[in-house]
Every structure is written in structure tokens, then in C-alpha cells.
Design a protein around this ligand. Structure first.
Ligand code: HEM
Length: 127
């Protein structure tokens, strides 16, 4: 993988990131542990996630520009997140990345590695 460009660029920018997120949230909604945590209207969540991951992967700071400091752990505090939730979230993302054309396996694995830290950091409830 070319380490001289951002992960955002390596993924293929806005268009590919949107396809990943559009594949990810239906999996989250169908998941027995994750689905109940999310509102029926998933569109605003998807849009915020696209803005956040754009910035997290080194693209334009869309999320902070619109909503201020991310404080992502704090934003997740209203929801009981156990280690199982974190693994389930990562598994939905793993499957979404696999289904999205244009992302080679090394890149998919690297993205999951980058998201594993935050996912486990948002755990706020014991199993
Ligand atoms: C660990 C498992 C996770 C669970 C169970 C989870 C669950 C949730 C829930 C329930 C919401 C609120 C939806 C609503 O608006 O009602 C949310 C929002 C959000 N999550 Fe997660 N999440 C997890 C991990 C992550 C990770 C790893 C990231 C990114 C690295 C992330 C990024 C976001 C963003 C950007 C929002 C929108 C925040 C806002 O409203 O401003 N989440 N998440």
C-alpha cells in the first residue's frame, strides 16, 4: 500500500467511502445486538458517519466543521456498549468492506485495524 497518501485517498475518496457506509448500516440494522440501538431513520446517522470517517481517514474535516470536536467516546455514552457490541460493529464493517468493489484485502485489513482501537475504546459497559 502507498503510505504517502492518506487512507481516505487510498480507499478512493468520497465515492467509495459512501458505498462502504451504505453497505455497512443495513448490516448494523439487521444485527440482533446492534440494530436495537439505532433509530429507524438511519439516513442522518449514515451522513454523520461518512463525515466522520472522511476526517478520521485523513480527508477534509467535514465532521468537526459541522459539529465541533468529535468527542466520539462521549457521543457514545448514552448507549450501553459491551465488548460484544464492539466486535459486532467491526464484523459488520469487515463484511461491508469485503462487499465494496475496489478495496484489496490488505487495505480492508488495514482499515479494520485502524477502527479496532476506537471501537474498543467506546466500550462503556461490561459484558
Ligand atoms: C463499538 C461499537 C459501536 C456502537 C455499538 C455504536 C453505536 C452508535 C449509536 C447507537 C449511535 C447513535 C445513533 C443515533 O444518532 O441515534 C452512534 C453514532 C455514531 N457513531 Fe457509533 N458505535 C460504535 C462504534 C463506532 C465507531 C468505531 C465509530 C467510528 C470510528 C463510530 C462513529 C459514530 C459516529 C460518527 C456517530 C454519529 C455521532 C453523532 O451523532 O454526532 N461508532 N454509534
Amino acid at each position: 500500500m502507498n503510505r504517502n497518501i492518506s487512507l481516505y485517498e487510498a480507499i478512493g475518496g468520497a465515492e467509495t467511502l459512501r458505498r462502504v457506509i451504505e453497505s455497512f448500516y443495513p448490516k448494523v440494522q439487521e444485527h440482533e445486538l446492534l440494530g436495537p440501538l439505532f433509530p429507524d431513520n438511519i439516513i442522518p446517522v449514515m451522513e454523520k458517519q461518512i463525515m466522520f470517517l472522511t476526517q478520521f481517514f485523513g480527508g477534509p474535516t467535514l465532521f468537526s466543521d459541522a459539529y465541533g470536536h468529535p468527542m466520539m467516546r462521549a457521543r457514545h455514552m448514552p448507549f450501553p456498549i459491551t465488548p460484544k457490541h464492539a466486535e459486532a460493529w467491526l464484523d459488520c464493517m469487515r463484511r461491508a468492506l469485503k462487499e465494496t468493489s475496489g478495496l484489496d484485502e490488505e487495505l480492508q485489513a488495514y482499515i479494520i485495524e485502524r477502527l479496532s482501537g476506537p471501537a474498543h475504546h467506546f466500550v462503556n459497559t461490561p459484558e
